[in-house]
Design a protein around this ligand. Structure first.
Ligand code: ZN
Length: 278
């Protein structure tokens, strides 16, 4: 496999926060180096269910993850398994749910915190964190610059064809402070500034990049149900492919087949949605 793509998931960022507060990403849209569309999450618009749908391309009623309290090794084929089938090398820097869903469950905080498994049928190079102890007054999220650095490290050391990074920082900030506040303005600003130099570096390394969220959050920091603030986020794309008109809303189930088509990996029969890039 020659193609390379990184999927960056900033958990819980609603459309309006991306478009209002991420000045570097928006600047690249203005200059033509990136494109942006609205991206609508599945229902329930809760993290674990969305992670599972992003990577399997099927709805929660089919993959069976009904929420964060119901995490298990999924039975469906997913982006990692298909990239491996296509001969690619995969990596993930993410919350431990991703390891449970796509590699093995239950998550073991010693065995699974870091692994390099050349023969894995799914994730070859995993770096995970559990956020155990997370709550309103103790965020327990790693610094995002450390996560971005770790993904870059894996790309350089192992030649990842597909790398997935997921960070909960902004979702936690939204649950804690809500959205119409100085704290959230600042948190989004810092995320954008931390991410931007890595976007430049990853593009120089030959990666296509998708930056998006799993779901949005409403004015009380809530998500899980049906409303534009809960379900809608932005999706930024850096790469040479052609995409749809700017007012097209991307269905979350389109991410898996789109990523696989960009990489030249086989799309699983269960992934029925159409790629939004060509
Ligand atoms: Zn989430």
């Amino acid at each position: 496999m020659d193609n390379k793509l990184l999927l960056i998931i900033l958990d819980g960022v609603p459309w309006r926060n991306f478009r209002r507060l991420f000045g570097n990403l928006e600047g690249w849209v203005d200059s033509g180096e990136a494109r942006v569309w609205k991206h609508r999450a599945v229902l329930p618009s809760i993290s674990a269910s969305c992670y599972a749908s992003i990577h399997t391309g099927v709805v929660p009623t089919e993959h069976g993850c009904t929420g964060n309290g119901n995490v298990f090794r999924l039975g469906h084929k997913d982006v990692f398994s298909q990239v491996r089938q296509g001969g690619g090398v995969t990596g993930a820097v993410a919350h431990s749910f991703w390891s449970s869903f796509f590699n093995r469950h239950p998550y073991d905080p010693v065995r699974d915190v870091e692994y390099d498994e050349a023969d894995s049928a799914t994730i070859n190079h995993g770096r995970f964190h559990s956020m155990t102890g997370y709550g309103l007054v103790n965020q327990m999220t790693p610094s995002d610059v450390d996560l971005f650095g770790t993904l870059t490290n894996l790309c350089l050391r192992f030649g990842l064809n597909y790398g997935m990074l997921h960070t909960c920082t902004l979702d936690c900030m939204g649950h804690r402070f809500f959205h119409d506040c100085q704290e959230m303005d600042h948190a989004c600003f810092v995320m954008d500034e931390m991410l931007a130099p890595f976007i430049i570096k990853w593009r120089d390394m030959g990666y296509e990049i998708i930056v998006t969220a799993d779901h949005g959050q409403d004015e009380r920091g809530h998500h899980g149900g049906r409303s534009p603030l809960q379900q809608e986020t932005a999706l930024y794309y850096f790469g040479d492919a052609t995409g749809p008109a700017e007012d097209v809303v991307i269905d979350q189930l389109q991410l898996a087949p789109t990523i696989l088509s960009r990489l030249g990996a086989p799309i699983a029969d269960t992934m029925k949605a159409k790629s939004f890039l060509s």
